[in-house]
Design a protein around this ligand. Sequence first.
Ligand SMILES: [Zn+2]
Length: 322
Amino acid sequence: MNARQFKRFLESVTKLTAGQLEQVRSALTTEHTERASYQAIEAARPCVCRRCGSEKVVRNGVQNGLQRFLCRDCGKTFNAASGTPLSRLRDKERFDAYAQCMKNGLTVREAADEVGLTLDRAFRWRHRFLSEVVAHQPKGISGILEVDETYFRESQKGARKLTRPSRKRGGKAEGRGRKSKDWVPVLVGRARGQAQTADKVLGRLTGAEVTDALKDAVTPGETILCTDGHSAFLHLQRTLGVQTKSFVASYHGPVLDKVYHVQSANNYHERLKSWIQRQLRGVATKYLPNYLAWQRLMSWNKEGVSADEVIASALGKQVINV
Ligand SMILES: [Zn+2]
């Protein structure tokens, strides 16, 4: 719109009826969040060819609201979402609204209502938005890393075919104790006084699995690992090349090293559990890594990430644990 047309447009708003004014306001809000969606997608990824990595790319029209590019080297066309879990989702103009729901940890039903999606789509979007974030783990933490394990009850929520008999709501799992196959171990590592959090769903809580889960998160010689007395943590000093400190919770003798606790890791997974169990009413075990990723997004730097950062993360750009 040129300057003269725009001036006339602005002058005309004084002549609008109350109803028309409301329509304009709603159209502006919609336009605003739709543009925010496209801008967040385009700002998140560098403008290089997805196939060959070339920077010799030129603009090549707009498709579904996104700028399309043509690679001068290999002839491939692409947009900012190409090759990501979000690329084939329709209605990208709603990403900003959906990202707000993710940021606030809404249930599928709440998000579906908020954004105007069916329940199926809201659920599919959730996992498309989270799959890249699973890998956004910390690297080379220095200082104290509190490591603690927690357990989630094995769940086939949503599955059409159960491989075990269904359980009554609130019923007791077969076989008491944490070692039972009904429980899935989750390892949480929280950097003391820093924003980073590492987490992983384990097959079993063993020294080898813990070592594998933490090897990138620590810096040999610079990380001090605090754990409880679980046997899986016994040999981490050797396997990870880091100093380890462990305490035994039931130990009532004089406490010499008060600093070596796992309180912050413990608080973190208590929040994780209460959100998953109370608000989301449990989640399927196969999606558990995605929910860990979601919690990392929502708790990054205490306040959590912005809606734009939710979108950038979904497109594969690591904004947490950096
Ligand atoms: Zn190319």
